[in-house]
Write a protein that binds this ligand. Structure first.
Ligand code: G6Q
Length: 540
């Protein structure tokens, strides 16, 4: 198979030459040479403040990265996405999560049809339903108020809802409980419903296809759990609603399509938290807050669409990621929110980034001869500081960090917030500037200990600040990463919107399921797989 010629482009080669010139330059020198860079390399727009001055770049690096983006037609391709062109080539689909947050008067055509009215019709239906559940008008089969919401879904139909619920918990009613069942491991379901009363519980079965094995298995179990107590099929209509694109399968399951919330094939799973997949989020935070969330997404869409590249947050973030991934050989990116409510944000971003850009075949069917999607990971601060930050500070790997922080706490308590924020600012400073052997010696450290206590520094980070964590800010942050992923995908020439890599495991699992219990089946896998199946059978 042929390889892609990205690395032969003039703009790429210029970056390679530039990298050789800059790679040994320390951030200390960059700041000495350009003392005002802490003011210059910042963006302050749409309520977010992004400081990217602690990166191993100069103005020239940025110009060269912008040239690369120009040569690869980033702007034209961005416009094609917003327009509804079928840029998800391998699935022949438009990519229009941006239409989910478009204002009512927008017009976005897919196959000649304006999709905006449908989007708003579903949002209205969701708002109506959410209000009825929240105010107790929607009752369970026995007339009891619904107190527990359980979203059953997996991947894109789970990670967004659970992250958003956790992130926006401050805005949720505390007399209701919210649960998210995704894993086919029965423990996930069992622990979620433990101590819940089926009469007060509503299941949202969230599945774009309504055929996903894990979700359908959990949904059937939920059905049995409900019927065990309520003993009447008619109860299903009061305790189950569906979010799906597949009307036929929803009806087959026994859910009235009046209780089905629709979305469309141009919404990718990992880009769907602001579609009807966000129904649990809307019930949790209320329709007004959900609208704020959508407005935050939309503001970032507009920013991505209109801000000049040098002031464009997702473009900068995406290109910096390419810079480290492809030139410095960085393997990972750490996302470190200094906000407890964002504790599921890194996990959410893992799917968004890695399912989107974990590809090695280009849109033209060629092998990439360069690295693509980095590994994303992270934990909220300050907890990470007491575990893995050691490796970021003094290990052998370069790990660009995204710090996310807020000027105000939602739960102000004494001086907790000052301590939290002092820590996030200090981490960026320590990573960038470190501590020289001379400084360590001057503290009276014995010679033999000096190397251990020296921090070489020169470790890059971005710091993003917002005022406080609101639904609107969450929308902006998610859209920031969505468009950064898009920017990277354009540079690498891959389809950021398909996910063929998850298929094979699913097919093989379906084959193995009956073999586990049907002891007569002759096993024809490799010796390791056969043996593992036999090992399991012995425990039956
Ligand atoms: C996301 C992926 C994947 C998907 C799940 C659930 O982009 O497509 O994570 O969301 O496999 O799929 P269903 O919603 O169809 O159950």
């Amino acid at each position: 198979m042929e390889t892609n010629n990205l690395t032969k482009l003039t703009s790429w080669q210029k970056l390679e030459t530039h990298y050789k010139q800059i790679k040994d330059k320390h951030l200390r020198d960059l700041f000495n040479e350009q003392p005002e860079r802490g003011l210059k390399f910042t963006v302050n727009s749409i309520g977010l403040f992004m400081d990217y001055s602690k990166h191993r770049i100069t103005g020239e690096t940025l110009d060269l990265l912008f040239n690369l983006a120009d040569e690869l037609e980033l702007v034209e391709k961005r416009d094609a996405m917003f327009r509804g062109d079928k840029i998800n080539k391998t699935e022949n689909r438009a990519v229009l999560h941006t239409a989910l947050r478009a204002p009512k008067d927008a017009k976005i055509l897919v196959d000649g049809k304006d999709v905006v009215p449908e989007v708003h019709a579903v949002l209205n239906k969701m708002a109506n339903f959410s209000n009825r559940v929240r105010n107790g008008e929607w009752k369970g089969y026995t007339g009891k108020r619904i107190k527990n919401i359980i979203n059953i879904g997996i991947g894109g139909s789970d990670l967004g809802p659970v992250m958003a619920y956790e992130a926006l918990k401050y805005y949720t009613p505390r007399d209701m409980t919210f649960h998210f069942v995704s894993n086919v491991d029965g423990t996930d379901f069992a622990e979620s419903v433990y101590s819940l009363d089926p009469e007060e519980t509503l299941f949202i079965i969230s599945s774009k296809t309504f055929t996903t094995l894990e979700t359908m298995t959990n949904a059937q179990t939920a059905r049995e759990w409900t019927l065990k107590k309520l003993k009447d099929e008619k109860a299903i209509a009061k305790h189950f609603v569906a979010v799906s694109t597949n009307e036929k399968e929803v009806t087959k399951f026994g859910i009235d399509t009046a209780n089905m919330f629709e979305f469309w094939d141009w919404v990718g799973g990992r880009y769907s938290m602001d579609s009807a997949i966000g129904l649990s989020t809307m019930i949790a935070i209320g329709p007004e807050n959900f609208n704020e969330l959508l407005s935050g997404f939309h503001q970032m869409d507009e920013h991505f669409k209109t801000a000049p590249l040098e002031q464009n947050m997702p473009v900068l973030m995406g290109l910096l990621s390419v810079w480290y991934n492809n030139f410095f050989g960085a393997q990972t990116v750490a996302v470190l929110p200094y906000e407890q409510y964002l504790h599921r944000f890194p996990a959410y971003l893992q799917q968004l980034t890695m399912e989107s850009n974990g590809k090695h075949i280009t849109l033209d069917g060629m092998i990439t001869e360069y690295q693509t999607g980095p590994i994303f990971w992270g934990e909220p601060g300050t907890n990470g500081q007491h575990s893995f930050y050691q490796l970021i500070h003094q290990g052998t790997k370069i790990i660009p960090c995204d710090f996310i922080a807020f000027r105000q706490s939602l739960n102000p308590l004494g001086n907790h917030h000052d301590i939290l924020i002092a820590n996030v600012i200090a981490q960026g400073e320590a990573l960038a500037f470190g501590k020289t052997p001379e400084e360590v010696k001057a503290e009276g450290t014995p010679d033999w200990l000096v190397p251990h206590r020296t921090f070489e520094g020169n470790r890059p980070s971005t710091t993003i600040f917002a005022d406080k964590l609101t639904p609107e800010v969450l929308g902006k942050l998610v859209a920031l990463y969505e468009h950064s992923v898009f920017t990277q995908g354009i540079i690498w020439g891959i389809d950021s919107f398909d996910q063929w890599g998850v298929e094979l495991g699913k097919v093989l699992a379906k084959r193995i399921i009956p073999q586990l219990t049907d002891l007569k089946t002759k096993l024809d896998h490799d010796s390791s797989t056969n043996n593992l199946i036999k090992h399991y059978r012995k425990g039956l």
